[in-house]
Design a binder for this molecule. Structure first.
Ligand SMILES: [Zn+2]
Length: 143
């Protein structure tokens, strides 16, 4: 019953490409062609120089935990998930994105820990990008 209180993101013209990408399990964000500033959340103009010459770009999906908090008093709809975390992830491209770190105990969360995007299909239309720890970064390098 608690899940019925969770609100899903509202998709509109400025964020539609982001959510379409997430449904394909791809992470997209926007970049300004005028000043080359990468930014999130998506919008039709650059928050740095206010140019409307912006484009979508696909993210690597890798980043690090920039900051986080662990919630022990749940927001409505999250009663069954405490403790849960809310994290600010800095992508390799420099964009910071609010999300959550999955498959990681609260005591194991660390600022600066490497993470990689994972996707959770929560409805027919909405897939949420979340992040999981990169456990063995050395093993992902070519031999
Ligand atoms: Zn700009």
């Amino acid at each position: 019953m608690a899940d019925t209180l969770k609100r899903l993101p509202y998709v509109h013209s400025e964020t539609e490409s982001f959510w379409n990408g997430a449904r394909r399990h791809e992470l997209w964000f926007t970049r300004c062609r005028a000043c080359l500033h990468h930014y999130f959340s998506p919008r039709d103009f650059c928050p740095s120089c206010f140019s409307f010459d912006v484009e979508w770009t696909k993210a690597s999906g890798r980043g690090t935990v920039y900051s986080f908090t662990v919630c022990y008093r749940p927001a409505p709809g999250f009663e069954d998930e405490v403790p849960y975390n809310v994290a600010l992830v800095e992508l390799a491209e420099g964009v910071r994105m609010m999300s959550t770190i999955v498959d990681c105990a609260a005591d194991d969360l660390k600022v600066g820990m490497p993470v990689e995007v994972v996707f959770e299909d929560v409805s027919q239309d909405i897939t949420l990008p979340k992040f999981g720890p990169v456990d063995h970064p050395v093993s992902s390098k070519p031999e």
